[in-house]
Design a protein around this ligand. Structure first.
Ligand SMILES: Cc1cc2nc3c(=O)[nH]c(=O)nc-3n(C[C@H](O)[C@H](O)[C@H](O)COP(=O)(O)O)c2cc1C
Length: 185
């Protein structure tokens, strides 16, 4: 069984990515195969709202998301990690979510059979403790999972953590991430 991790942070080793790596370590400990995709190292276009996916059930772009999305359809579990930028989901993550419009079309225009339900999780980091700082991060990720028939089952929302790599000093957060991956299913 395979768990796929998607790191949305633009940083080479973002705080949220470090937590994701811990979670995937936990998942391997529980006997799962794991694979990680780092959006910062991938090439993909933003959704241009052309609505072609509602006509052709196909995105006009062929890029690295064309490779990733079918893997998500087949994954037994998904863990997304991301950073709060501008009080919301950072742009790389949001761009991926927008490209999932193809799954909206699949579900609501073509009324295709749903994919089998499987667990999903969100790991997120924010630099402040502002009220509701994770709100505009959780909503689009829940939406993304819903489009893929993934059950939003776990979340680890850690704040405050700001400087690149600072999370490595937060043993409790690392341990929680490990447990999240180990108990994903
Ligand atoms: C461009 C930018 C915008 C940010 N905006 C916010 C924000 O609105 N609220 C907040 O709490 N932290 C904000 N932060 C802090 C990040 O959430 C924090 O540094 C976090 O640890 C980054 O996670 P990462 O290392 O996984 O990318 C921002 C950081 C950057 C670089």
């Amino acid at each position: 069984m395979k768990i796929i991790g998607i790191a949305c942070s633009p940083r080479p080793r973002g705080n949220s990515t470090i937590l994701l790596e811990e979670a995937l370590k936990g998942a391997r400990e529980a006997g799962f195969e794991t694979e990680i995709y780092r959006l910062a190292q991938m090439n993909f276009s933003m959704c241009i709202g052309c609505d072609k996916c509602s006509e052709d059930k196909k995105c006009v772009f062929e890029d690295d998301l064309t490779e990733l999305f079918p893997k998500l359809e087949k994954a037994d579990g998904i863990i997304i990690s991301a950073s709060v930028f501008g009080m919301g989901l950072n742009a790389l993550g949001k761009s991926m979510v927008d490209r999932s419009q193809i799954y909206w079309a699949r579900k609501y225009v073509f009324e295709d059979e749903p994919f089998p339900s499987r667990p999903g999780a969100l790991i997120a980091c924010a630099g402040t403790t502002f009220e509701g700082v994770f709100n505009c991060m959780v909503k689009p990720i829940k939406y993304f999972y819903k489009m893929l028939d993934v059950d939003y089952r776990h979340q680890l929302l850690h704040n405050p953590v700001d400087k690149p790599g600072e999370i490595k000093e937060k043993e409790e957060a690392l341990a929680k991430a490990y447990q999240l991956g180990k108990n994903l299913l």
